[in-house]
Design a protein around this ligand. Structure first.
Ligand code: G6P
Length: 369
């Protein structure tokens, strides 16, 4: 079916702006049912979730980055060990199957061959607990899974994934609280608190989208650069990865992401006034550590572009640009902090005049190896 661009210049821009709606739609079932596990994940969910003793996420590209956040939520919220791996790596290595491990595949399209083959391999190894989070109902990966959850981002046309990513994140958050619930680790109060935080999320994302005019100003400065570095820690390291990936994919600026603590073990050698350094620096328990890493960059003449929360005390000065997001949103903060890095990549690409929705050499769904 034809999808209309409406007032937007590109599908990517439209899809970025659809995120509050896409998130609300994806959350609707969970919020209305008060987290009914069978309705959300499938009839066998309750029984499987009770027995699960670890989780392995398998995905590719942007979907893989979502799992790098998800595995941390699994451990923080549900207290269940979780790992994340790229499908094409898992598929060809020796691994030790654990029949009580839940295999979770994430895929916007549901057709990515690397992810599908990894799922098939897991099943061959004897894994029966399989769950897929997908944006396309009638696709290969959910069809081959015992449990499934459909994100309701709506059709995503831009090759660079945006709304699919944030809806995958909330699906992963729902998975973490669902597993906690099934295993008796979530009391009624805690469930209500998590659901309320999710209910507030589309509003916080809208607030972040309102920063677009300011981000356009930053993007104009980026468009002339050849390299960029993205830093984050903990839950926000995957957001740094996603920011670097978006910038590479659509603006063709070489970008790399590092967990900020790793700066001193190599990338600091690259820092000079020609390389912008983007820092995802929300008010979480790692803020002081991130601030110290920023100081290391600043002392070497690096130019910093910092995404902070509204209530943080960073101030701009020579060589330090600061943009304030909404009030800190706790564990859900990565969902809010990815918005400005999506917009930054989009506007840098606009300045460069690239084919934003169809970047060279890339495909929306990669169904070959
Ligand atoms: C391709 C797309 C990416 C996407 C990846 C995984 O590389 O260009 O945007 O993240 O595939 O796609 P999937 O549909 O499995 O999420």
């Amino acid at each position: 079916a034809a999808v209309d661009l409406g007032p937007y210049r590109h599908f990517m821009q439209k899809e970025i702006h659809e995120q509050p709606r896409a998130l609300a739609d994806t959350l609707e079932g969970a919020l209305n049912s008060q987290l009914n596990l069978g309705d959300l994940w499938g009839t066998q969910a309750e029984a499987i979730f009770k027995d699960v003793n670890s989780v392995l996420f398998l995905a590719s590209g942007t979907s893989h980055y979502a799992t790098l956040v998800g595995r941390q939520w699994l451990e923080s919220i549900a207290g269940i060990p979780a790992q994340a791996e790229l499908g094409h790596e898992y598929r060809y290595r020796d691994s030790i199957p654990n029949p009580r491990q839940l295999i979770v595949t994430l895929s916007q399209s549901g057709e990515t061959l690397d992810t599908f083959e990894a799922l098939k391999r897991a099943k061959e190894l004897g894994h029966a607990y399989t769950l897929s989070i997908c944006n396309v109902a009638e696709s290969a990966i959910p069809r081959a899974s015992a449990l499934r959850f459909l994100t309701r981002a709506g059709p995503e046309i831009g090759v660079a994934s945006t709304k699919a990513f944030t809806t995958q994140l909330v699906a992963l958050y729902l998975l973490a609280i669902s597993l906690a619930k099934a295993q008796g680790k979530l009391d009624a109060d805690a469930q209500a608190t998590h659901l309320e935080a999710l209910r507030q999320l589309p509003g916080s994302v809208q607030h972040a989208l309102n920063l677009e005019p300011q981000i356009q100003g930053w993007a104009a400065r980026f468009a002339g650069k050849e390299h960029a570095l993205f830093l984050g820690r903990g839950l926000h390291y995957p957001i740094a990865l996603e920011g670097a990936l978006k910038l590479k994919e659509i603006s063709y600026i070489h970008a790399e992401a590092y967990p900020a603590g790793e700066l001193k073990h190599g990338p600091l050698a690259l820092v000079d006034s020609n390389m912008p350094v983007v820092v995802i620096a929300p008010n979480d328990r790692l803020l002081e550590k991130v601030a110290a890493n920023m100081q290391e960059v600043h002392a070497r003449g690096g130019e910093l572009y910092v995404f902070a929360d509204a209530d943080s005390h960073f101030s701009a000065s020579a060589g330090i640009h600061v943009m304030r997001l909404p009030r800190h949103t706790g564990l859900l903060s990565p969902v809010v902090h990815v918005i400005p890095v999506q917009l930054l990549a989009y506007h840098a690409a606009l300045v460069k005049g690239t084919d934003v929705d169809r970047p060279r050499n890339l495909a929306k769904a990669v169904t070959v190896e």
